[in-house]
Design a protein. Structure first.
Length: 447
């Protein structure tokens, strides 16, 4: 159908109906200095070859983690990705697949997603998983909404040791629903039990913690879960999936909803995405779970088949009864996680997790020996730890980055009181030589 523009008379009628005299009145909220007064001064058009060369030059200005030694963390990690992950996910039947609304022609995609869900349940110890969400932050925020819908309580308690970006996402999701977000203090790097006891009440829908938390420290999750349940609230966790190769899964210490960022499972850092939101629950909550769920069934001839089930999104049912407005999942990234977990197996994942623990503790002990450096928190940690530095952490980042070392995340951006604190992550990729060189570089910077 050809495009039919509105006439001058029609536009005048629309403006009159909404109560303005001109289109310019609609622009009043936009500051004058931000309005486009004349056409952009664009350069002359380029040929395809010239555009290709220009884009290549721009790309070369980027530095990837493959060109540096990466100790960055805070939610995205430089783990090793086996070559088979990229090979399998690049197959056209997966790489170009669209939403599997027609199960009869989408069995491969649906089965891969079903396998992902099964692995997430095994990994977390939960009873049901969805087909994934956008990222760890949105998954945790959706958990807060689920808790509200399930309990009809308008308050969630979030530990201050939760990733600050996750906290902001929770606040954004809860704001429109009128859900109050209150913070539980975190002393010495972990959630303060007495602070939680003082805040939790019969108005609390959920207690939300991260384990290991933003600082890498391990929480007393069983005790926190018991406090939440005594008040009738749900206990929600955000977990590093690699840590579950060693740590007790959330399903075993009483979590009602387990979420997490799945980037570590076979997805490179990729300048920030796309990533993967893990979301798993108990059977009791499965009908309130947001997003897609793939189920296994039998066809009329007794053959195993896969379908989308429990489709409770707003595009399928009345909006007021929908669990979420999330209308897709990170299918390709979830497939990468499935391939990664299948390649490593239980023992392989345990090995990766153990290497992270051993290497991070080695580096932490070596840095703590340096004059002026000390570990900020005296707590057990997984693969991340906070170091208090003799100079501003940002200065260390500025001085070491040009030398090919990404030393960590300066925490002053999140808290003024932590300007001299650096969050350092160590994955299985880091070698002893790289860590020793990092320690030597720190000595040079602060001497």
């Amino acid at each position: 159908m050809p495009f039919v523009p509105s006439t001058d008379a029609e536009r005048a009628q629309m403006l009159k109906t909404i109560g303005v005299k001109s289109f310019e009145e609609l622009l009043t909220p936009i500051p004058e200095n931000l309005r486009l007064k004349e056409p952009f001064a664009l350069p002359e058009p380029l040929s395809e070859y010239e555009v290709t060369r220009l884009l290549a030059e721009l790309a070369e200005a980027n530095t990837t983690v493959n060109q540096a030694v990466c100790f960055l963390g805070g939610g995205a990690y430089d783990h090793f990705v086996p070559a088979a992950v990229g090979h399998i996910t690049s197959r056209p039947e997966f790489y170009t697949a669209y939403t599997p609304y027609q199960p009869e022609v989408s069995q491969g995609t649906l089965q891969a997603t079903y396998e992902y869900q099964s692995m997430i349940c095994m990994l977390t110890g939960m009873e049901a998983s969805n087909a994934s969400m956008y990222d760890g932050a949105s998954a945790l925020a959706e958990a807060a909404l689920l808790a509200f819908n399930h309990t009809q309580r308008r308050e969630v308690l979030v530990s201050r040791a939760v990733n600050p970006f996750y906290l902001e996402t929770i606040r954004t999701y809860c704001h429109g629903q009128g859900i109050e977000v209150h913070l539980v203090e975190a002393e010495d790097g972990t959630t303060e039990v007495e602070s939680l006891k003082a805040l939790v009440s019969d108005r609390t829908a959920a207690v939300i913690v991260q384990h290991p938390n933003f600082y890498g420290c391990l929480e007393e999750v069983a005790e926190l879960a018991a406090i939440a349940h005594q008040a009738g609230a749900l206990f929600v966790t955000s977990n590093d999936p690699i840590s579950l190769g060693l740590l007790q899964p959330p399903g075993q210490y009483g979590a009602d909803i387990a979420t997490g960022e799945g980037q570590a499972l076979g997805t490179p850092l990729s300048f920030g995405g796309p990533y993967l939101g893990i979301f798993a629950t108990t059977k009791e909550l499965v009908r309130r779970m947001p997003g897609r769920i793939v189920g296994q069934t039998m066809d009329a001839e007794g053959r195993v088949g896969y379908v989308l089930t429990y489709q409770t999104r707003e595009q399928h049912i009345r909006r007021e009864k929908a669990t979420s407005n999330i209308c897709t999942n990170q299918a390709l990234v979830a497939l990468a996680a499935t391939v990664y977990l299948a390649l490593l197996g239980k023992q392989g994942l345990r090995t990766v997790a153990n290497l992270c623990v051993q290497k991070s503790h080695y580096l932490a002990s070596e840095i703590a020996k340096l004059p002026g450096f000390r570990l900020k928190f005296d707590r057990p940690f997984f693969k991340e730890f906070v170091v208090e530095t003799p100079v501003r952490a940002e200065k260390i980042v500025e001085m070491l980055t040009p030398r090919g070392i990404l030393p960590g995340v300066p925490l002053g951006r999140f808290s003024e009181g932590m300007a001299n604190c650096l969050l350092i992550a160590v994955t299985e990729k880091r070698t002893k030589a790289e860590m020793d060189n990092f320690v030597s570089a720190l000595t040079g910077v602060c001497s």
